[in-house]
Ligand binder design. Structure first.
Ligand SMILES: NC(=O)c1ccc[n+]([C@@H]2O[C@H](COP(=O)([O-])OP(=O)(O)OC[C@H]3O[C@@H](n4cnc5c(N)ncnc54)[C@H](O)[C@@H]3O)[C@@H](O)[C@H]2O)c1
Length: 341
């Protein structure tokens, strides 16, 4: 059975990936620095990873080298990152050191001590400036915000390691991911987590712009199916992990409100210029974040082509939006009820 490294395993996607690999019989070695990760994510009905996880930072290259030397991994899933966009925008140096240098550290550890394949969690946010849809892996505009720029830079290092050293490296560009373990509580939660939390507490969620903006949402279990399939295949690859469909925030809200029996709560709509107003520093200083940039981010349309995943790996997403959201609600409300007691 393979031995698998996972960084960011206390987070939403990393914890679900660790569990699936463990269930499939892999030996998993998981790390996280708990900057965003939660212990709750490590508890599953038939396994508890809390005593196994190593508190380690991907910025600590020497610790990674020691671990890779000692463990002789077959596969390395590099999932850890600073993911909230305004956090990256607020602390660009830290975002670069975690998201870019941290990725290089994992690649270098794999180079020095061997590993059949490195699989890197990238993002469809690299398509933020696209105007032609669906976005394809080999044809897109360069990003502008700090988060997608760090991810795109990290992808360039993945490509570099594959080309220069002949390593096998796959970058997975995740669309907007939702499902059990999505974070509802952080300062800027992903949209599904935010909406569920507000509805749970009977508060009217604040939606920026008119809620008609459409995004490509992919369910976490479908994503993991593909993350396992890409273990095969040599050289460098970059793969969209998406449904190639899009739903508006209003449509997501309606499904969530109905599922939770809270259709009487109506969202409040506010201007996109307030989008990151919990981060006042971005609106202060000699140069401030422009309304155009905020408007672009709020109203961004995403739809990512998934033919490469189908043709090369035989993958297509199986979970309907309604079913996926219902599972997300069940899990998130269970957790919120536990915290509430
Ligand atoms: N959730 C999405 O919609 C989405 C979409 C596209 C891409 N991604 C990418 O997928 C990956 C996982 O996303 P997620 O939603 O699970 O995020 P998450 O924030 O829930 O998980 C990230 C984990 O990385 C850990 N981490 C952060 N800095 C670290 C460091 N220096 N050392 C070790 N661990 C560190 C955090 O503590 C956290 O547990 C990220 O790389 C993200 O960029 C996510």
């Amino acid at each position: 059975m393979p031995k698998v490294f996972i960084s960011g395993a206390a987070g939403f996607i990393g914890s679900q990936l660790a569990y699936r690999l463990w269930k499939d019989g892999a030996q998993v070695v998981i790390i996280d620095n708990f900057s965003y990760g939660q212990e709750d994510n490590l508890i599953f009905p038939d396994h508890d990873f809390r005593s196994e996880i190593l508190r380690m930072d991907v910025r600590d290259a020497d610790a990674l080298y020691r671990l890779f030397e000692q463990e002789n991994f077959d596969y390395a899933y590099h999932i850890a990152a600073i993911t909230p966009l305004p956090d990256c925008q607020m602390n660009p140096g830290e975002a670069v050191s975690v998201n870019v240098a941290g990725t290089v550290n994992v690649l270098e550890a794999a180079r020095r001590f061997g590993c059949r394949k490195v699989i890197f969690a990238s993002t469809s946010a690299v398509y933020e400036n696209d105007t032609v849809f669906p976005s394809k892996e080999d044809r897109h505009e360069l990003p502008s915000l700090i988060y997608p720029t760090t991810k795109y830079s990290a992808e360039c290092f993945c490509k570099s390691y594959a080309k220069i050293y002949g390593m096998n490296v796959t970058c997975l560009r995740f669309a907007n991911v939702y499902g059990p373990h999505i974070d509802c509580l952080r300062k800027q939660p992903p949209v599904a987590g935010y909406l569920i939390r507000e509805l749970f507490y009977d508060r009217a969620p604040v939606l920026h712009s008119d809620g008609k903006q459409r995004r490509d949402f992919v369910y976490v279990d479908d994503l993991i199916d593909l993350a396992l399939l890409v273990q095969k295949g040599d050289g460098y690859d970059c793969v969209n992990v998406s449904t190639c469909k899009s739903y508006s925030i209003n449509e997501m809200y309606s499904i969530l409100a109905k599922t939770m029996g809270k259709e009487q709560i109506k969202p409040k709509y506010v201007a996109s210029s307030n989008y990151w107003n919990k981060y006042p520093e971005l609106y202060e200083g000699k140069y401030t974040i422009s309304n155009k940039a905020l408007d672009n981010e709020v109203n961004k349309f995403t739809q990512c082509d998934n033919m490469h995943a189908l043709e090369k790996y035989g993958w297509k997403p199986n979970t309907s939006f309604e079913e996926g959201l219902k599972n997300t609600v069940d899990f998130a409300c269970g957790l919120l009820s536990k915290l509430h007691r």
